[in-house]
Ligand binder design. Structure first.
Ligand code: TMP
Ligand code: ASP
Length: 238
């Protein structure tokens, strides 16, 4: 399958049409942004790592019964996916306090929750992706009640699967962001990416950060962290 026209360019990926109207090609960039695009940079090799990691994790989730947009990895940076219309919600699951949660509620980072949390943000860069609740999403007709229930159920199941998988590789899954899409027949599937850009990963023993917080917070060792996650989860550094 080959790319035809570019449909969209985001901060970390480009999306192309193909000759099949139901399929798109996602191309992962090395570009990195933070704080709604205020901070810009590049993480060498990130596109390759995020492409390969996302595909591995989507395949794992499919095996465990979660429908995803994944079709086929085409090359190091490009993947064939089902064309979806994205539900404009960022779905965030948290197992441990960190980031905006710690800041908003005035708590330390690193508090392990007895129960995971879920929150939604409106996917709108102009507004800075504001936090919204399920009633707001319904009022704004971003999704139906049934779709929101499906998304919540998938998100918690994805958390269980990914948390266990990460732990097997010495990684604590602190929190992560998911996006879902609708197929033409209305089926909800997991879309977007699952990578160190969109998850917080801490080393189980040292609690060292192995994710994009190294870039956001100028901690150094950004590329090393991404490579380490790939080494642990894919067993190589190809
Ligand atoms: P937060 O603590 O900044 O709200 O981030 C929660 C999780 O969501 C974290 O794993 C990083 C991820 N995330 C994104 O994928 N995209 C974003 O734009 C933001 C703000 C967070
Ligand atoms: N990628 C996001 C942005 O630039 C933020 C982040 O991941 O921290 O808005």
């Amino acid at each position: 399958m080959e790319k035809t026209v570019q449909l969209y360019e985001g901060k970390a990926k480009k999306v192309y049409a193909t000759k099949d109207e139901n399929l798109c090609i996602v191309s992962y960039k090395d570009d990195a942004t933070a704080f709604n695009g205020e901070k810009k940079g590049s993480i060498l090799g990130k596109g390759v790592i995020n492409n390969r990691l996302t595909n591995r994790l989507m395949q794992l989730l499919e095996e465990k019964g979660i429908p995803t947009h994944f079709v086929e990895e085409l090359n190091d940076r490009e993947t064939l996916v089902k064309k979806v219309s994205i539900v404009p919600l960022e779905v965030i699951i948290r197992n441990i306090s960190a980031g905006s949660f710690a800041k908003r509620y005035g708590v330390d980072e690193g508090i392990v929750f007895k129960n995971p949390t879920i929150e939604f943000s409106l996917k709108n860069d102009d507004l800075g992706d504001p936090l919204i609740n399920a009633y707001h999403a319904l009022a704004l007709e971003l999704a139906t009640e049934a779709e929101i229930e499906t998304i919540k159920a998938f998100a918690f199941k994805i958390n269980d699967i990914l948390k266990a998988f990460m732990l097997e590789h010495g990684i604590e899954l602190v929190d992560f962001k998911l996006e879902f899409g609708r197929l033409p027949d209305g089926t909800i599937v997991l879309a977007d990416e699952i990578s160190p850009d969109t998850c917080r990963f801490w080393d189980v023993k040292t609690h060292e950060k192995l994710d994009k917080d190294r870039f956001r917070r100028d901690l150094g060792g950004v590329e090393d962290a991404y490579n380490e996650v790939m080494r642990r989860l894919l067993g190589d550094t190809k």
